[in-house]
Design a protein. Structure first.
Length: 338
């Protein structure tokens, strides 16, 4: 049995308008609301879907953008992706979501796909400051916006949070609460978020009289639950284990709490502060002190910036920096005397 193809002429006849009017409705032309509604209702009744590829060729622009992030299972990136999608939907753009898993080879393949498929633009949270290569896209004139993580020496727009300031505020809070042997579990070496949050931690310690400044209290992990758990287990084997830990992402914090539970130690006896909130932070007992990140706003701002470039914006490259907010809860109430 042969399926009948619904054409633009069929929709025009059903709506009582010209084919040109139907074309204008689906290509963003100037049409009265009443006619637009009539065309859309006729199209829906007939099961008509406009040919996006043909429409893109007429506009000389794809209607798809790529969003490349390290881990969609992380609530931070889930919220960021929603911000990107909501902004893109306002202009009928579709978003292709790609997980790099912090793997620069996997990330490179996604970047090559974006270039090969002639996508309209790319938003990327880079896997590495130094190894991620955005030059092929830049050379071909594909708009690129870096989000959350700052690629070194790449001529692209960027939207990020003030990681160093957030790390400094977090560590200063732990010091003010009375903790002195403060560890830092940060992410992979080479990721700008890892390095900036660690730099903030170190700056706060160096500025505080009586604080223990010791690189043995620093651990690099993989921004995942298992990484945080393994790093905390190592810290607990030290002759003088930390009395508090600043964890530079939310998933690693889950692993840290698990490792502390294994040895019967709980906050605030060992202070725990997470860079990045989790949905249940206020529900666990003790509730979790966290640096709140404007994840949705990051995604929305990155998409808006990309759309401006796609529309031919010629403004100088810019970096938008959003501030964090410390949400103080019970997990950093102060050390317990032995």
């Amino acid at each position: 049995m042969r399926t009948q193809v619904v054409t633009i002429h069929d929709v025009a006849r059903a709506a009582g308008v010209s084919p040109a009017t139907v074309s204008r409705v689906f290509n963003g032309g100037n049409v009265t609301p009443a006619r637009a509604q009539s065309v859309q209702q006729a199209a829906a009744a007939l099961g008509f879907a406009p040919n996006r590829l043909a429409r893109s060729l007429r506009k000389q622009r794809s209607s798809v953008i790529a969003l490349i992030i390290p881990d969609i299972e992380n609530p931070f990136f889930t919220s960021l992706a929603r911000g990107v999608e909501d902004a893109a939907q306002r202009t009928s753009l579709s978003v292709v979501l790609c997980n790099s898993d912090e793997d620069t080879d996997k990330e490179r393949r996604y970047l090559e796909v974006a270039l090969g498929e002639q996508m309209a633009g790319v938003i990327v949270a880079v896997a590495s400051q130094d190894e991620t290569d955005l030059e092929p896209l830049i050379t071909r004139g594909v708009p690129v916006v870096a989000v959350d993580r700052r690629p070194r020496d790449a001529d692209v727009d960027a939207v990020r949070v003030d990681d160093r300031h957030g790390g400094e505020v977090a560590t200063r809070h732990l010091l003010q609460a009375g903790y002195r042997r403060i560890a830092c579990i940060t992410g992979p070496a080479g990721a700008s978020t890892s390095e900036e949050r660690l730099a903030g931690y170190r700056a706060a310690l160096h500025a505080a009289p009586g604080a223990v400044v010791d690189n043995d209290y620093v651990r690099h992990a993989d921004f995942r639950v298992d990484g945080g758990r393994a790093a905390m287990r190592e810290l607990l084997t030290m002759d003088q284990p930390p009395d508090a830990v600043f964890v530079t992402n939310n998933l690693m914090t889950i692993g840290v709490l698990d490792a502390l539970g294994e040895v019967g130690r709980t906050p605030p006896g060992v202070g725990v502060l997470s860079f990045g909130d989790v949905p249940w932070a206020s529900l666990v007992r003790p509730s979790l002190t966290a640096v709140e990140l404007p994840s949705y706003e990051l995604g929305r701002a990155a998409a808006d910036m990309l759309l401006q470039r796609m529309d031919g914006g010629q403004a100088p490259l810019q970096t938008v920096v959003l501030r964090t907010k410390l949400q103080v809860r019970e997990s950093t109430a102060g050390p317990v005397e032995d």
